[in-house]
Design a binder for this molecule. Structure first.
Ligand SMILES: Cc1cc2nc3c(=O)[nH]c(=O)nc-3n(C[C@H](O)[C@H](O)[C@H](O)COP(=O)(O)OP(=O)(O)OC[C@H]3O[C@@H](n4cnc5c(N)ncnc54)[C@H](O)[C@@H]3O)c2cc1C
Length: 501
């Protein structure tokens, strides 16, 4: 069935006109524009249509909407002044970091103004003794690690987009990455954050130390997808670089065999720093693009990274090798130097680039299942691909059961676009059925709104929205995200799962 939201915000010009109507865009007054310019200067305001068009979507390109105005404050003081002004004028806004999100989180829906953090990129303090770093929200994830590197430290959450994505975006999405399995996600590494509320007040939540009395409001904001205000600064935890590491890449005949190795590794009590898998289609794509020498019949490639004390790493590496061979690995490559390690990771890190060669467009889905159910979900994805006549490859954080099916399509083919949307919905519903969730790390954004009722009852959603309104009573900050509107849901609410006692 046609999804009216998608048509309304599609990229085709005729349909885009509908978008303006359906998103309730308001004309911003000349006076308001002048006042904003007084606060952020001419360089902090993006007005020409061609320049604003760059901001029409994030990495989820199936839905688009051009903001009426992009404002780029350069400091917390400017951010407060901008939001105060918008508050007085009753204008809604959407925060944006680097725009690498994959669920349409920063799509300017019902919000004419986009607030970007790209001019807030200062590293404010590195406290190597206490292993803390204070940064502005627009700092790229990788730059945090670069700033910490001279002290033998790094910032552990490492989304594959880390060279571009911002700390503010990471906080909003509670981002993970290949090393999440051992080190945890963003919320485990953000100690405090400065948030500018939608009325223009700046508040600090959390702090310099691990535990702050009272409700964990910092924890609430992490993962709230930009619906509570704009994060402007953060105090992050730094982690000591491991004493040693061992990286291995194993080639398997099938995903089922590789998954058997994953379960066996975890079962013997080894917690690798990373456990990443690619399936046949992706392996073929990276092979065609970069010639890593993978066998033509490879069904899956698994990257296992171990780190820690050299003696422990050595013993674990031996065990991992045997477990991979027992599960049917036909080839195992290991890295002895930093350069070789980077080579092994290259196939995984370049997977998305390689996929770009297979089709004009692709949509990266994000779901989670219990690790042991990976073979089942992958079979379900294969079935979905056949039924919807689509090619779907899989790259995933196998250790966490966090799947990323990549649906290939041509966005000029409306029928194929509709099939991609329907197939994506079916895959996520299957994740829930297998005991998982509709998102592991990319958030709900606009993409998965209609599937929230698969996981939550109406009462759950009402409570969440009441909490959000404590920060944003008028819901002016990133409206139209996360929560389905009454009458907008297409899914049947699933009975709550009984928690065993
Ligand atoms: C190739 C590729 C690989 C990726 N790999 C991973 C991965 O391994 N793990 C993972 O978790 N994600 C991954 N992502 C998704 C994405 O990079 C993350 O969600 C990232 O955290 C988004 O950061 P951003 O700065 O681009 O945010 P944006 O896309 O700009 O925004 C994302 C959301 O955050 C909100 N937001 C942004 N800045 C702020 C702020 N300062 N205050 C309040 N709200 C804000 C926006 O409103 C929006 O809702 C990947 C994306 C790509 C394209």
């Amino acid at each position: 069935m046609t999804n009216p939201r998608v048509l309304a915000r599609s990229r085709w010009p005729g349909l885009y006109l509908q978008a303006c109507r359906s998103t309730g865009a308001v004309m911003l007054s000349t006076r308001l524009r002048e006042q904003l310019r007084e606060i952020v200067g001419a360089e902090g305001l993006i007005e020409p249509y061609e320049a604003r068009k760059v901001y029409e979507c994030d990495g989820y390109t199936l839905e688009r909407a051009v903001p009426e105005l992009v404002v780029l404050p350069a400091s917390t003081v400017e951010m407060c002044a901008v939001l105060r002004l918008l508050h007085r004028a009753g204008v809604s806004f959407v925060p944006r970091g680097a725009g690498t999100g994959l669920s349409g989180g920063c799509l300017p829906l019902e919000a004419p103004v986009m607030i970007g953090t790209s001019r807030m990129r200062r590293i404010l303090e590195v406290d190597s003794v206490n292993r803390r770093i204070v940064v502005e929200a627009g700092v790229a994830n990788l730059d945090v690690t670069r700033a910490a590197a001279p002290f033998g430290l790094h910032y552990a959450p490492d989304p594959s987009s880390q060279a571009a994505c911002s700390i503010g975006g990471n906080i909003a999405e509670n981002s993970g990455g290949p090393h999440t399995l051992k080190y945890g996600v963003t919320t485990n590494h953000v100690l405090g954050l400065e948030l500018v509320l939608p009325d223009g007040q700046a508040v600090w939540l959390g702090g310099w130390v691990d535990d702050v009395p009272g409700y964990d409001l910092r924890g609430f904001v992490v993962g709230s997808e930009g619906t509570c205000g704009v994060v402007t600064r953060a105090i992050l935890r730094l982690v000591r670089n491991p004493e040693s590491w061992h990286t291995a890449l194993a080639v398997f005949p099938s995903v089922a065999a590789a998954t058997k190795a994953v379960s066996a590794i975890i079962a013997v009590g080894i917690v690798p720093a990373a456990l990443e898998m690619m399936d046949r289609l992706i392996v073929q794509a990276v092979e065609q693009a970069y010639h890593f020498g993978f066998p033509g019949d490879a069904g899956a490639v698994l990257i296992v990274e171990l780190d820690g004390h050299p003696a422990t790493v050595q013993a674990e590496a031996k065990a991992v090798r045997q477990l991979c061979l027992d599960a049917g690995a036909s080839e195992i490559r290991t890295a002895a130097t930093d350069q070789e390690r980077a080579e092994l990771w290259k196939s995984r890190k370049r997977a998305f680039g390689a996929v770009g060669r297979l089709a004009p467009s692709y949509c990266t889905q994000d779901g989670v299942v219990p690790r042991t159910r990976l073979p089942e979900i992958l079979q379900r994805i294969t079935d979905v691909a056949e039924r919807y006549r689509l090619r779907i490859g899989n790259v995933f954080h196998a250790g966490d059961g966090n799947i990323h099916p990549i649906l290939l399509f041509d966005e000029r083919n409306p029928d194929e676009v509709q099939r991609v949307l329907a197939a994506g919905r079916e895959i996520l519903a299957a994740c829930v059925e297998l005991g998982g969730s509709i998102t592991g790390e990319h958030g709900v954004g606009v993409e998965k709104i209609d599937q929230m009722p698969l996981l939550f009852t109406p009462q759950d959603l009402i409570v969440m929205q009441a909490l959000r309104r404590a920060f944003d009573p008028l819901e002016r900050c990133n409206p139209g995200k996360i929560f389905p509107r009454p009458g907008g849901c297409v899914e049947v609410v699933r009975p709550r799962r009984q928690v065993p006692v």
